[in-house]
Design a protein around this ligand. Sequence first.
Ligand code: SF4
Ligand code: SF4
Length: 492
Amino acid sequence: MFDAFNNGIVINNPYPVTRVEIIQAPLPDKVVLPLQQRIGAEAEPCVKVGDKVLTGQLIAQTPDQFCASIHASISGTVVAIDAQIIPHKSGLKSNCITIESDGKDEWIKNKGVGDFLHCSRETLIEYLQQSGIVGLGGAGFPTHSKLKKATNCHTLIINATECEPGIMCDDALMQHDAREVIRGVEVLLRITGATQVFIAIEDDKQEAYHSLLMFNHNERISIIQIPTKYTSGAEKLLIKALLNIEIPADELAINHGILCQNVSTVKAIFDAVVEDKPLISRIVTVTGDAVTPNNFEVRLGTSFRHIIALAEPNDKQHDVRMGGMMMGIDVQSLDIPICKITNCIFVNNAKPKQPVQECIRCGQCNQVCPVDLLPQQLYWYAKSENTEKAMEYNLSSCIECRCCDVVCPSHIPLASYFSFAKALHRQTLKAQKKVYNARKRFEYREYRLVRNKTERTEMMARKKAELKQKMAGDKTQKDKIADAITRVKNKK
Ligand code: SF4
Ligand code: SF4
């Protein structure tokens, strides 16, 4: 059943804990909430500087279908709406709303939707958009957009695997909120009408697995244990393993009737629909060799600095990374805010980077690729910027998981090469399309000029012939008149 996971690599949690807990982080003094989310247009604020806001109050939204609403994560006063550094690899600034806490955490009363079993699919989807729900597994794709597309959904897959080794937030959530997760799945069943649900959980999460089993009384929901291997949680691999359906690289699972949702997103759906709570907090794992690893329930917009301080960091120099140790991004400032997709913060003692050496053609990278690519071959093409050849070797299927990087004895950053080659290929296609469109425009112009010229020549010839005919007609008339004059003369 799990042939799809033949490759990939086993990496044990480098910073394990004896007990997976969730610590409620104390309320921060202020929160900074970015208006630009992972995708879609920037949200427009519906508050202004000086306004008092309550926890859970809507503070920004946009009609863009790829955008979820933004809510105040604490009660207090809006003190700024300006550009601040956001958690993004560009390190650039983006507009944010800053709220200073009044220390009361007073909640707004939301209307809610009542019993979800009596709500239509449309009502529930709209309510999820209003509640600001997005994918919490790291992708940040707005949940309502995904659900709108799920019109012929037969199978729901709940991804309960941790995206990467070391992250514990989903495990912690399932151990503590298994009942809410199962109820959240039932909300999704109501929306999609799917006939079956698979909750896929790694086999090293026995406590979470048993908690889910204990609360699941729905016969449409099956809880399946899968091998603990990086990247067994990759969506298309999971679908292949559970349903034996292969989704091509350029297609979406939802077009095949399959909807995948991360387990934390399912809990957020429960909170919104059943508890009338918009998305204002999330669980974040703080781990690494410079801190005491733990999970914290954190209000969105809290600074990295505030949360890292709770994990008792040592006083050495640190390398801080947002997301996993494999696919995460390095962060330069600890003042950036926790956002909806911040599932983990790695805080490690700063180490010198390993020098990159030449490829020794050992072939180790080829043995670990979870999607059966040939990274060594791809590397040569990516390095020489021969993207056409790289695409022939299925570069577009690369999920940039970095399994090949990890095993490479020469420390070549292979996934970065592949990411670069993909961007270059996109650029080339764009440029080719531009040239093609320009050529088509030129060809059409030429065709139009020739056509106009021909039409004009034909028209002139036609007119000339008509004139000639007319003149010929006129001559006959003249002859008739001359004949008449001659006849009159003769009579005289
Ligand atoms: S980064 Fe790409 S090529 Fe390397 S192992 Fe992952 S999927 Fe394969
Ligand atoms: S693992 Fe590294 S050194 Fe070995 S073949 Fe792959 S790229 Fe070359």
